[in-house]
Ligand binder design. Structure first.
Ligand code: ADP
Ligand code: MG
Length: 256
């Protein structure tokens, strides 16, 4: 593993979490470099969303530490956590838009919640973010009038609304056709280039993420089993990675 210069944006130390006797995270440790696009891969039900909920402070681990830009968020009070969360953008697995709000109002929501700005300024930010994701024409639509890909784009605009240092993407391309997936990956790259933030993706779309990520980790049986650059992952002879790339039913992923 290559060294990370300076303080990593995220560092997990031996994070463990169980639910009802099921050990979902079983000693997860890793570092995520500032400014990188890092993807955590893993099978469905493997704990990827649980991991994201821990990194954004929505859940506390049974044990272990979670450092965000050098500060351990485990055990932090809600006020301190809110200060840190203000730096995050999150694109949830199902985009998690508010159904009763228009596209414009959805993106304005975090801005209104966190910043005291005039209506005109709020709208200027919202329109800028929606233009960036190609949704500037759909301001007054409601989420149920949008396709899955459009909802993800609005979710991305909302995640970027406060110019976050750190953006989490939970399965940004799940449920999308290959072309729309490509559009979302292009947007991830374009917005990242522009803002120089740290992007953390969780996904099981290995072929897609290898093209956009700087670093890829594989979560398996509650731990990071393999990690490396996309080149290293592509040429890996690790049976876990081979099974994931080959989309084969045979291999360590199928054994429980
Ligand atoms: N709040 C919870 N209570 C009980 N079990 C949970 C909870 N959240 C997640 N789990 C379990 O943890 C495992 C990992 O879930 P998840 O992180 O959603 O997987 P995925 O990798 O598909 O995102 C699953 O078996 C799920 O049922
Ligand atoms: Mg999930």
């Amino acid at each position: 593993m290559s060294g990370s210069p300076g303080i990593p944006m995220i560092r997990l130390e031996n994070v463990c979490k169980h639910y009802n006797g099921q050990q979902v995270l079983d000693g997860v440790s890793f570092e995520i470099r500032k400014g990188s696009i890092t993807t955590i891969m893993g099978r469905s039900g493997g704990g990827k969303s649980v991991l994201i909920r821990h990194m954004i402070g929505l859940e506390a681990p049974d044990s272990g530490a979670i450092y965000i830009d050098g500060e351990n968020i485990v055990g932090m009070g809600s006020r301190e956590l809110n200060r840190i969360r203000r730096r995050f953008g999150v694109l949830f697995q199902d985009a998690a838009l508010f159904d009763s709000l228009t596209v414009e109002e959805n993106v304005a929501f975090p801005i209104r919640e966190h910043l005291r700005l005039r209506e005109k300024q709020v709208r200027a930010i919202v329109h800028d973010k929606l233009d960036k994701v190609g949704m500037g024409e759909h301001l007054h639509k409601f989420p149920n009038e949008l396709s899955g890909g459009m909802r993800k784009r609005v979710g991305l605009a909302r995640a970027l609304a406060l110019d976050p240092d750190l953006v989490f993407f939970d399965e940004p391309t799940s449920g999308l056709d290959p072309i729309t997936r490509g559009v979302i990956y292009d947007l991830i790259l374009d917005t990242h280039r522009e803002m120089d933030t740290t992007y953390v993706l969780v996904s099981h779309d290995i072929h897609g993420v290898l093209n956009v990520s700087d670093w890829v980790m594989m979560l398996f049986k509650g731990r990071i089993a393999v990690q490396g650059t996309p080149e290293e992952i592509r040429s890996s002879t690790d049976p876990l990675i081979q099974q994931f790339t080959a989309v084969s039913g045979h291999g360590p992923l199928s054994m429980d």
